[in-house]
Design a protein around this ligand. Structure first.
Ligand code: SAH
Ligand code: SF4
Length: 407
């Protein structure tokens, strides 16, 4: 449904998902897959077979489905596809981070980022093209066109990364391990975790995100478990409980300020769901415990939210919530109106939180050289003149009005 002022937020199917016009088999749950296959006269058990090939092996070509007879494979080929979205750009940072700019069939683009670590790695997945919200420090928020991604487009991001990292299990080869511990020949897996921290607000596209994550979690397929999945929200309070009850994934909350006055400015969604309500939703988040803490993300903005008074207030307000605090050095983007706090200020802030008993790692910026770090994601990079800056301010104001967040 296109809404006012050129922002499109439609959720409905927008026609065939693939360039070939064939129905994709990616992103369907098992029942849907069975129904779709039944349209070609295939029995129910085929769905399970196809599912295994698609999600356990990552095959792109129906001819590789060795336990399916040729006439059935031909029928699958004729009517269906396993094509991935087109990769418009694939970049690798000097620190090993990789970023894919993926083009959907309607020409819209989203970014997916892989951040490898020594014995594991996270894939930062997008939930929307752009974002309807307008956090003032976030590049994605300045993007005018917005639409929800379909479940298939979310799952496909994981599949593209597994393709590129060559991490689909291969017959006859040892299974891929997720740690470097001795005891096996298995090569190291580098896509072990999913973070819903790419473009978009995942709780504004809950149905598609939930469907996609269920597919990713399924033990007979990609099998990345709920404890290895983190969903980050800017604070869509009414959806937080449901997310915990239904998906039981780890929760990250983009807090970034300790007063409503400041949060109203930098995370305008706060005007609708203020800090008190947000923290109450966190306090009662199903599944949160001392061994499974909620991550509070806090972007360090020079002279804005980085004083020791802010740090002390943060400690006070999180009391009683099983929490850890992730301090994110602000990543600049062309035209961004903030500066990153000085390093010694970030360290002092972190020390205070640590002294009060909160784990508060400072997130090492990854992939900055390819604009893949937090908040830098946006399909096109911009060099801004004053007129262009004014245009961005106009877009932000329009988006806030469309969300009912205008002041
Ligand atoms: N929309 C969701 C998830 C995507 S953003 C959310 O807001 O939580 C992932 C994280 O990056 C959020 O904590 C977000 O606030 C933070 N972020 C956005 N822009 C940033 C920037 N320029 N520098 C550092 N972190 C940023
Ligand atoms: Fe959207 Fe998250 Fe960026 Fe805010 S920080 S504009 S919610 S993507």
């Amino acid at each position: 449904m296109p809404c006012a002022m050129g922002i499109t937020t439609h959720n409905a199917a927008f026609g065939p998902l693939t360039a070939s016009g064939k129905q994709t088999l990616i992103g369907l749950d098992l029942d849907e897959l069975a129904s779709v296959l039944a349209t070609q006269g295939m029995e129910k058990f085929r769905a399970k077979q196809v599912w295994n090939w698609v999600y356990s092996r990552g095959v792109k070509n129906f001819d590789e489905m060795a336990n399916i007879a040729k006439p059935t494979r031909d029928k699958l080929k004729e009517h269906f596809t396993l094509d991935r979205p087109t990769t418009s750009i694939h970049q690798k940072s000097e620190d090993g981070t990789q970023k894919w700019l993926l083009r959907m069939v309607d020409g819209q683009e989203v970014e997916t980022v892989h951040i490898p670590e020594e014995d594991r790695g996270a894939l930062c997945v997008s939930s929307q093209v752009g974002c309807t919200l307008t956090c003032r420090f976030c590049h994605t928020g300045t993007q005018k066109l917005v639409r929800n991604l379909q479940a298939a487009e979310i799952v496909a991001q994981v599949m593209v990364a597994r393709d590129a990292l060559n991490e689909w299990p291969q017959p006859g080869k040892p299974a891929i391990g997720s740690s470097g511990k001795p005891g096996g020949e298995a090569p190291l897996r580098t896509l072990t975790n999913i973070v819903m921290m790419g473009m978009g607000e995942p709780l504004f596209n809950y149905e598609n995100v939930a469907k996609a994550l269920r597919i990713v979690m399924d033990g007979d397929g990609i099998a990345i478990g709920k404890r290895r999945i983190t969903l980050s929200t800017s604070g869509v309070v009414p959806m937080i409980k449901r997310c915990g009850q239904e998906l039981d994934v780890n929760l990250a909350v983009s807090l970034h300020a300790v007063t409503d006055e400041l949060r109203d400015q930098i995370v305008p969604l706060n005007r609708k769901y203020p800090i008190k309500e947000l923290l109450q939703a966190c306090r009662t988040y199903p599944g949160a415990s001392n061994s499974r803490r909620i991550t509070f993300e806090y972007v360090m903005l020079k002279g804005v939210n980085d004083s020791m008074v802010d740090a002390r207030q943060l400690v006070k307000m999180l009391r009683g919530i099983p929490a850890k605090i992730n301090l994110i050095p602000f990543n600049a983007w062309p035209g961004s109106p903030f500066e990153c706090s000085d390093w010694n200020v970030i360290e002092k802030f972190s020390d205070l939180l640590n002294d009060e008993g909160y784990a508060s790692p400072i997130r090492t910026p990854r992939g900055r050289d390819i604009m893949a770090a937090c908040g830098q994601l946006k399909s096109a990079s911009l060099k801004l003149s004053a007129t262009e800056r004014a245009e961005i301010d106009r877009i932000l104001a329009e988006k806030d009005r469309a969300q009912g967040l205008a002041v």
